[in-house]
Design a protein around this ligand. Structure first.
Ligand code: GNR
Ligand code: NI
Length: 178
């Protein structure tokens, strides 16, 4: 297990579409475990591979409460197979847009197909925070951030502030390498 540096915006790697994973092998299982460790440490409820510089279609999610047992989900090549007509709004945050939050509207319920860590095809129905988080993570795999779902005015305000914070406190060589 290893903690990985999390990339923050603006960074071109967060705007890329990620590659489909051809083989769920030991290297991929290691990446998923390292992503979970990094997510718990942050702490966050989800993490997508591009946030740690791996441009592959893999995400991890755990929306369990602090007083519950961990409920980690490892998803390779996740795809929405169904979304509900009715929407839900959540105050979203992102580890790649630290300290910024905004209300984002998305389908309230989803079905998602994916490969688990053994390469086995799975399907999951989700609602509430889990549905929001999975959609937020799949967006990352297509180079989409939560700010891409809000008004240009709010988006540019957040991105300007992040750029300013970056200039005051540039990323280390380690973070730049991903
Ligand atoms: O930790 C996170 N919290 C969160 C809250 C509301 C909606 C989505 C999220 S995901 C975020 C972690 C992250 O950046 N994942 O990509
Ligand atoms: Ni995010």
């Amino acid at each position: 297990m290893a903690l990985l540096p999390i990339i923050t915006a603006p960074d071109p790697r967060l705007k890329q579409a990620c590659a489909t994973v051809e083989q769920v092998d030991d290297e991929m299982r290691q990446l998923l475990n390292d992503m979970l460790e990094t997510m718990y440490e942050a702490p966050g409820i989800g993490l997508a591979a591009p946030q740690v510089g791996a441009l592959k279609r893999a995400i991890v999610v755990d929306v369990s409460n602090e007083d519950e047992e961990n409920a980690p989900l490892r998803m390779v090549n996740p795809e929405l197979t169904w979304v509900s007509d009715h929407d839900a709004s959540y105050d979203e945050g992102c580890l790649s847009l630290p300290e910024h939050y905004a209300e984002v509207v998305r389908p309230a319920e989803i079905k998602v197909s994916y490969l688990d860590e053994m390469g086995k095809a799975q399907e999951l129905e989700a609602e509430g925070l889990l549905a929001t988080c999975i959609q937020h993570e799949i967006d990352h795999l297509d180079g989409i951030l939560f700010v891409d779902h809000i008004s240009a005015l709010k988006r540019n305000m957040i991105l300007r502030k992040l750029l300013k914070a970056r200039k005051a406190n540039p990323p280390s060589e380690l973070e730049k390498a991903g």
